[in-house]
Design a protein. Structure first.
Length: 269
């Protein structure tokens, strides 16, 4: 999307999940954010901790320096084995900042099993307890762990009534609708544009636009036509177009709806 130099940028788009603190952006982070603005991205939520639990504050530092950029942080399931009490105290402190919106990404990943599954579960539970304490939604990462994730959410989170986001959704229809009933929004990333993800598009088509979010998960999961390259927030426009087509909306209409959903969840104006 290009803009005339004399034409004001109309910001219709949302990247609800990116990793701006990732080292892949060290050489051009400011340019990446500027390109997102030029593409019409109004809000970004950057997830701190790309370098592990010790770097959870990095996302908030970026958010503080940029209008329209918000932050979340948590101990990713890959790093669960590294979690210490100091990290949970840091998380509580971060939660008091007005631009810090959620605890996450947290959850379970049984595909890679970088951390033992029992450790992942225990760290996930502890972070849900913190989120209840600070009264913030959660951002969930789940890969090949839906049964255990659902049980833990039912037992430790559902009653909180705070909801959250299923980030980079890759489950089945029944998984999505369980979480919709619990007040979650479902976020889709670049994989919804891939040729062989018809099943994912079918799930997205069955979810009302008022329950959808758009994201890049950058620098990962670049959408078509940039698949295989470094991803960045400007590319959320392609994700939005893919979801819009499923719901017979324009990209601008879908993007505006995603922004409304994001603001509703996080009580933003």
């Amino acid at each position: 999307m290009t803009q005339s130099p004399n034409r004001p940028i109309t910001q219709f788009f949302l990247d609800s999940h990116c990793h701006l603190d990732d080292s892949d952006f060290d050489g051009d982070r400011e340019d990446v954010i500027a390109r997102a603005r030029a593409a019409g991205v109004r809000y970004l939520m950057t997830i701190g901790g790309a370098g592990g639990p010790d770097t959870m504050a990095a996302g908030l530092e970026i958010a503080e320096a940029h209008e329209g950029v918000f932050a979340a942080a948590g101990v990713h399931p890959h790093s669960a084995f590294k979690a210490e009490d100091k990290h949970f105290e840091k998380l509580k402190n971060l939660a008091s900042h007005p631009k810090f919106l959620a605890i996450g990404e947290i959850g379970l990943d049984y595909h890679y099993d970088h951390s033992p599954r029992e450790v992942q579960q225990n760290i996930f539970i502890r972070q849900m307890e913190i989120a209840r304490e600070v009264k913030l939604p959660i951002v969930i990462h789940c890969r090949e762990a839906w049964a255990d994730l659902t049980e833990l959410i039912r037992e430790h989170w559902q009653a909180a009534g705070l909801g959250g986001i299923l980030h980079c959704f890759g489950g089945e229809r029944e998984d999505a609708f369980k979480f919709l009933d619990w007040g979650f929004l479902i976020s889709f990333a670049g994989n919804v544009t891939f040729k062989k993800t018809e099943n994912l598009r079918a799930v997205a088509k069955g979810i009302a636009p008022c329950k959808l979010l758009t994201e890049t998960d950058s620098p990962y999961l670049a959408p078509v036509p940039w698949r295989g390259k470094r991803n960045e927030p400007a590319n959320v426009v392609e994700v939005t177009r893919a979801l819009a087509a499923l719901h017979n909306l324009s990209a601008e209409e879908m993007g505006s709806q995603a922004i409304q959903n994001f603001c509703r969840l996080f009580h933003l104006p």
